[in-house]
Design a protein around this ligand. Structure first.
Ligand code: DGJ
Length: 684
């Protein structure tokens, strides 16, 4: 709710629960009632939080915009309201001063998700150097606990919590990508909020480059969440007539904890990106790494097709001289030694076996040991000036903001897409930039993705960044899958899925069945745990399935059958998670939009606390309907320690109302650590 009366910057009166007020007189009454007192030792008028917090309006917290007109005397930026345009679901506010025009766009989706973006234009006569332009939302006093995320390769999106106290909590990325430690989703809420309870406000910056998201709790009593691109000194210098546009800040409110916030965010993402059924894929990376050999990969493709795989993705190792990760990035041509007949024999075979073909690329990067770097050393990002950035995975970034470098990369990718029936690009990005302009590199990357998608309609793109270093709604606007992590360790993946799905719908979240012993952790898991974990998300395999036993292959192909049977539900339903009393046992699931069916998983993350575990409760179903609950066998049944299982287990299932399933629940066996049970739930 905005108060745009008068000539000042509009004030945000309320962001949260629906006030129900539609009639102008009532809106006016609410607006009038919210005028605060004038505080002691303060400006002489009521201090309220505007859409663009400014010093000039008495706001001594973080400003919504900062910068300076070059060559002019330094002065606090101030604006007046020039125009306002409002429809049912969008508001555009135009603010002006003598040199600048700021346009603030607000959109409220039918799911209750607010998107907000700002644009600043220079209509003065001198250049304007922009330091920051942040979208902000106010938070009420009762939002006193903060949840956001951190992580590392390959353990992304781990939650962290703290009490909100006076001061600023600022999460900043200078990685040139959000990073493995990205704040990801910032949620403030009432104390102890969980998946199913608490009043919360959550925000995410839809941007794939440098950024900051901050929460400032001021001694005035105001708490503000703000976010925008983190700009380097001089990075955005607006000549007269030029405009800079900020990324979208995406925010939502929930009265019922994280699951309800997630439902809103998923509804919003799904309304913008409708995906085709998510094909089961096999990715070659952990099966063969760089050891590309035509007959070996054809054998792998055959094994994949026999299992029911629908897409075969050739990962890194196919380009000119790419024998390891020290060379060949930037030379997007097929290696004639490893692939004397090009990729045709493999691609033809894949297509003949009824699968489509995907190819790994890393278009934003360059190896110094490459044809392109030898010919154009000046295309290495930030190769001039202060010197070349430190190498990272033995590579550098190619300066995509340089039109010639951009054209080189684009033309090589176009040539590949013209030559081969490539349905899917796994688009990797494996380093922090550490130099150059992250703004220019990020916008050029978006442009390249957009250009390829426009030129090759139907082309799907997976966003990978050393695993989950770039999982954000900016990249999801133009990609069809994100690779949440390089770990295929199911235990790690349970937690990565649980938290990443807070923002990103499961159909975008790649998850692969890996080898028994995970390459990234050395942990070994039984097939049943790996299959149960890899069912939730966009499923695939990353394992040399030519080396599997007949029993393993049977289990994998029946798991693929289960995935195909349930993917429409898994990729359109509502994500449900429990607030566990025993932190070692988690419940998560997806409930169909019409609540007629669901798939749940009960997961022992470690040794659980009690000898007789509490019943697992299944939320989100229709309390008035009756449901049949049946365990699904994926590989072997999960290991248990009971002398006798609960009776329903021996009877192959039970029938209960949605209310009873949510309130009294279903007794569970005592699972040994790192086991998961999948249950199908169907209305009867
Ligand atoms: C990092 C990715 O995250 C992996 O999945 C794989 O594609 C390698 N790069 C290839 O170099």
């Amino acid at each position: 709710m905005l108060d745009a009366r008068g000539t000042g910057v509009p004030v945000i009166l309320h962001f949260g629960a629906d006030l129900g007020a539609t009639d102008p007189a009532e809106l006016e009454a609410i607006a009038d009632s919210l005028c605060p007192p004038v505080g002691p030792s303060s400006i002489d008028s009521p201090l309220r939080q505007s859409l663009l917090p400014l010093l000039a309006d008495g706001w001594s917290g973080r400003p919504g915009i900062s910068g300076h007109v070059e060559g002019a005397a330094s002065a606090a930026l101030s604006f007046t309201l020039a125009e306002l345009d409002a429809t049912d679901d969008a508001i555009t506010v135009v603010l002006e001063n003598a040199a600048l025009r700021v346009v603030i766009s607000l959109e409220l989706s039918t799911h209750g998700v607010l998107r907000q973006r700002l644009a600043v234009s220079n209509h003065g006569t001198l250049p304007f150097s922009l330091a920051s332009l942040d979208a902000t939302v106010p938070l009420p006093d009762r939002a006193s606990e903060l949840l956001d995320f951190t992580g590392r390769w390959p353990r992304e999106r781990q939650p962290q919590r703290r009490e909100i106290q006076h001061g600023t909590w600022s999460r900043e990325s200078r990685h040139g990508r959000p990073g493995h430690d990205a704040a990801f989703l910032t949620v403030a809420g009432t104390p102890g909020f969980g998946f199913r309870s608490g009043e919360i406000w959550g925000s995410h910056l839809a941007w794939s480059g440098d950024q900051h998201i901050w929460l400032e709790s001021s001694a005035t009593g105001h708490t503000t969440l703000g976010a925008g691109e983190l700009l380097g000194a001089g990075e955005i210098r607006l000549e007269p007539g030029a405009t800079y546009e900020s990324p979208w800040l995406v925010s939502a409110y929930s009265a019922d904890g994280l699951d309800a916030l997630t439902a809103r965010l998923h509804g919003f993402v799904r309304s913008r990106r409708a995906l085709s059924p998510r094909k089961v894929m096999l990715n070659t990376w952990e099966a063969v790494y760089f050891a590309h050999d035509e007959s070996r990969l054809i054998e792998l493709a055959d094994a994949a097709a026999d299992l029911g795989v629908e897409r075969f993705v050739l990962d890194d190792g196919w380009m000119l001289g790419r024998t390891d990760d020290k060379r060949a990035l930037g030379d997007w041509v097929v290696d004639p030694i490893k692939w004397p007949r090009g990729l045709h024999p493999l691609v033809d075979h894949v297509v003949a076996r009824g699968m489509d073909f995907g190819l790994w690329v890393e278009p934003e990067m360059i190896s110094l040991d490459s044809e392109v770097a030898r010919a154009h050393p000046e295309w290495v990002l930030a190769a001039d000036g202060a010197g070349m950035p430190l190498p990272w995975r033995f590579q550098q970034a190619i300066d995509l903001a340089n039109p010639l470098a951009y054209e080189h990369v684009r033309d090589q990718l176009v040539a590949l897409l013209d030559e081969y029936p490539i349905a899917y690009l796994k688009w990797d990005q494996n380093r922090d930039l550490l130099g150059g302009s992250a703004h220019r590199q990020t916008t050029a990357t978006y442009r390249l993705m957009d250009e390829l998608r426009a030129r090759f309609p139907g082309l799907e793109i997976e966003s990978c960044s050393s695993g989950g270093g770039r999982v954000d709604l900016g990249v999801i606007e133009r990609t069809d899958r994100v690779w949440p992590s390089d770990t295929n360790d199911s235990l790690e993946r349970q937690s990565i899925y649980r938290w990443t799905s807070s923002l990103v719908p499961p159909e975008f979240l790649g998850v692969h069945l890996g080898a028994p012993t995970a390459h990234t952790t050395g942990r070994t898991h039984e097939l049943s745990f790996r299959l149960a974990t890899a069912l939730f998300g966009h499923a695939g395999i990353e394992w040399d399935v030519t080396s599997t036993t007949a029993d393993e292959r049977d289990a994998i192909s029946s798991w693929i059958g289960v995935y195909k049977r349930y993917r429409a539900l898994l990729h359109s339903g509502t994500v449900v998670r429990d607030d566990p009393s025993d932190p070692a046992r988690w419940v998560h699931g997806v409930v169909a939009a019409d609540a007629a069916s669901a798939l749940f998983s009960v997961v022992a993350m470690a040794a659980t606390r009690d000898a007789i575990p509490a019943p697992a409760r299944f939320a989100g179903l229709d309390p008035e309907r009756s449901y049949r609950v049946e365990p699904l066998r994926l590989g072997e049944w999960p290991r248990v320690l009971n002398d006798a299982p609960p009776p329903w287990w021996s009877e192959g299932g039970l029938t209960l109302s949605g209310r009873a399933l949510a309130v009294t629940g279903v007794p569970m066996p005592l699972f040994t650590p790192e086991q998961a049970l999948v249950l199908s739930v169907t209305a009867v």
